[in-house]
Write a protein that binds this ligand. Structure first.
Ligand code: SF4
Ligand code: SF4
Length: 73
């Protein structure tokens, strides 16, 4: 079964940190690596993601965040 998770499109992220602040589970952090636009992009790392979608809704960059909800069997 796939877990709840978030995929960051590294090249679309501007490193604004809005999603980092919005996530109630602390799943997102600004990483150390720089994308081709020169921004330190967000990293997702957590077992606690609820797929609530908050990060997706607050992100100003279309396509930077995709939220995947675990399938219930
Ligand atoms: S979907 Fe919700 S819990 Fe998961 S990373 Fe985004 S804001 Fe955090
Ligand atoms: S809100 Fe969007 S653009 Fe801003 S850091 Fe998060 S993923 Fe990147």
């Amino acid at each position: 079964m796939t877990k709840n998770h978030v995929k960051i499109e590294n090249s679309e992220c501007k490193g604004c940190g809005v999603c980092v602040d919005a996530c109630p589970k602390g799943c997102l952090t600004i990483g150390k690596e720089i994308n081709e636009q020169g921004y330190a992009y967000v990293k997702f790392d957590s077992e606690n993601c609820t797929a609530c979608g908050m990060c997706f809704y607050v992100c100003p960059e279309p396509g930077a965040i995709t939220v995947y909800k675990a399938e219930k069997k």
